[in-house]
Ligand binder design. Structure first.
Ligand code: SF4
Ligand code: SF4
Ligand SMILES: [Zn+2]
Length: 260
């Protein structure tokens, strides 16, 4: 058998050992060790984050905002277009929901809010500014909703406080079916419309109602520590993957918070 030789084996950027031929030919700069692959991934993530921050700073400067003197934070960016909600996605959602409702009626799932969703409750004064950031982002986190919309058995048990056992199963499913839109965001949640979530808040899962991405949590900490309520605050929406191009800047006022 003919062997292919790679005369110029590259050295791993992390540990200095030679990189195997195929990886080297594919342009990889690290060897196959998990530690080296992990370190390279981390470096890439940091470089991407840095590129996002730089893109945001440039855009703020263009619109006359000094990024060193005015508080701001990055938010992600969903750029998927609105497309018709397919019959397959509808059917998959109804099938998933039916399973969750049946499980909830059997008593599966906890009614406790999971630890990772708990935190300082969002104050009324924060709701609008936070929403402006999410609008600029266009619901990047909702892309994960898919055909389940986070409606697990626990979510169903919390959404129906009288207990899903007491409600008619078909009635629960019909309530959600009625809200399915004609169009949704491509590859996103079935309820993710071009203008945001089309499901009424009281029918959404606790995950939908309580989740805040890390970028939003940074913004809330800044507001909490700010001694200048009413001053401008900017959300700069830049995609986490792909080109670090600014999608939108939303300007809000730092809310006056009462519950540290
Ligand atoms: S919570 Fe974060 S990821 Fe989700 S819509 Fe808001 S800004 Fe985007
Ligand atoms: S139900 Fe609404 S808030 Fe929840 S993931 Fe879907 S679009 Fe987002
Ligand atoms: Zn290595």
């Amino acid at each position: 058998m003919q062997t292919v030789s790679f005369p110029f084996a590259r050295a791993c950027d992390e540990c200095g050992d030679p990189i195997d031929g195929l990886a080297s030919a594919a342009g990889r700069r690290v060897c196959n060790k998990l530690t080296c692959l992990g370190a390279a991934q981390l470096r890439e993530r940091r470089a991407r984050e840095q590129a996002r921050l730089e893109a945001a700073r440039r855009q703020l400067t263009v619109i006359g905002v000094d990024p060193e003197a005015t508080p701001w934070s990055l938010v992600p960016s969903n750029r998927n277009p609105a497309v018709p909600l397919s019959a397959e996605s509808r059917a998959a959602f109804i099938a998933n929901l039916s399973e969750s409702v049946a499980a909830a009626r059997r008593g599966d799932g906890s009614t406790e809010v999971p630890e990772w969703l708990r935190g300082r409750p969002v104050e009324e004064a924060e709701a609008e500014p936070l929403l402006a950031g999410c609008i600029a982002c266009r619901g990047y986190c909702c892309l994960a909703g898919g055909t389940k919309a986070f409606l697990s058995p626990s979510a169903i048990r919390r959404v129906w406080p009288s207990g899903p056992e007491a409600a008619n199963e078909e009635e629960i499913i019909e309530t959600y079916r009625r809200h399915l839109p004609d169009e949704h965001i491509e590859d996103g949640c079935v309820f993710q419309g071009a203008e945001g979530c089309v499901l009424p808040r009281d029918l959404r899962s606790p995950t939908c109602n309580l989740f805040l991405c890390p970028d939003m949590r940074v913004a809330r900490t800044t507001w909490l520590e700010s001694d200048s309520p009413g001053a401008p605050y900017h959300f700069v929406s830049v995609p986490e993957l792909g080109d670090p191009e600014v999608a939108e800047v939303a300007t809000v006022r730092i809310p006056a918070l009462v519950n540290p």
